[in-house]
Design a protein around this ligand. Structure first.
Ligand code: 13P
Ligand code: SF4
Length: 301
């Protein structure tokens, strides 16, 4: 029996669902019940009827699944898969920021720990950050937006709002530079440029579209263009190529690889399904406080 067959068998036996982020290894993407971005994965976790959620992504994403389905068992096959950007801010630092700006609303990017979300009023993902700010925080006098300074900058350019920001950013996306895009555009002048909002402002300015990973998948299908320069983690290329035969996808930088996203393997998925570990465990208090900020965000899905 192949490892894939054994995973399938265990999944049925245990009424499990496998949720997979777009940056995961191709063989892990292939066993997904649902493959998507942070927002889509959160919605799936909130709606699923499964008893067991196997989360193939990074830790904050698995925590979000647990927050939305606290009565379910959520396992992450590699608990050491973290997000360096999420790790730039602690709950204590968020509390300090709120003390310094008591009038401000706290908005956290979903790339934060559950404990940081518990300190915030509302969360957002790259897919809904714009509508969270435009519709969810219309009357907020001031907004603390953590931890991604580049996402905050991009949303600021789109809304005209100023934010109190944090010095966080994604090292993988920050490695994509304007010269990478310009060089690829020189080689592929007809290509449409799709860029993630975690990229530097100088890179976002060169894009035709600034989109979440799922937004990129949708745009690639809908667009009449035949070539695309893709400014995000290279794991997404596998899905883009598979879903769009005949179209060409060029990574803005071949070096944009998130090592944490590659830590989950099929073997680890099988082991974790067999043993139902490692489990994501959060205190009741953190769950109930973080749930408020995530549930508010889901109104803007
Ligand atoms: P998406 O929600 O757009 O998939 O992004 C998640 C992420 O971690 C990007 O680096
Ligand atoms: Fe975090 Fe960047 Fe990796 Fe996304 S790509 S999980 S933001 S380090």
């Amino acid at each position: 029996m192949t490892i894939q067959d054994r995973i399938k068998e265990l999944k049925q036996e245990k009424n499990a669902i496998i949720l997979v982020h777009n940056y995961q290894l191709p063989e892990v993407q292939a066993i997904a019940d649902y493959l998507g971005d942070s927002l889509g994965l959160s919605l799936q976790a909130a709606q699923t009827k499964a008893d067991l959620i196997v989360f193939c992504g990074v830790y904050f994403m698995a925590e979000t699944a647990k927050i939305l389905s606290p009565e379910k068992t959520v396992i992450i096959p590699e608990p050491g898969a973290g997000c360096p950007m999420a790790d730039t801010i602690t709950p204590r630092e968020m509390q300090e920021l709120k003390k310094q700006h008591p009038e401000a609303h706290g908005l956290c990017y979903v790339n934060t720990s559950a404990a940081v979300k518990a300190e915030c009023d509302i969360a957002c993902t790259s897919a809904n950050a714009l509508s969270v700010v435009q519709k969810g925080l219309t009357h907020a006098k001031s907004i603390i937006f953590v931890p991604d300074k580049y996402l905050a900058h991009y949303i600021s350019t789109q809304t005209g709002r100023d934010f109190i920001t944090w010095e966080g950013y994604c090292p993988v996306h920050a490695g994509i530079l304007p010269q990478h895009i310009l060089e690829k555009k020189r080689l592929h002048p007809q290509a449409e440029i799709l860029v993630h909002p975690e990229c530097r402002p100088e890179v976002a300015e060169l894009a035709d579209y600034v989109l979440s990973t799922e937004g990129m998948c949708r745009r690639a299908k809908a667009s009449p263009a035949q070539e695309f320069i893709v400014g995000t983690e290279v794991g997404i290329l596998h899905r883009l190529i598979r879903e769009n035969p005949g179209k060409q996808f060029i990574p803005a930088s071949e070096e944009a690889i998130c090592p944490d996203m590659k830590k989950i393997t099929l073997e680890k998925v099988l082991l974790s399904l067999e043993a139902e570990t490692p489990k994501v465990e959060l205190s009741k208090e953190v769950i109930s406080r973080a749930q408020k900020s995530i549930e508010r965000m889901l109104q803007f899905a």
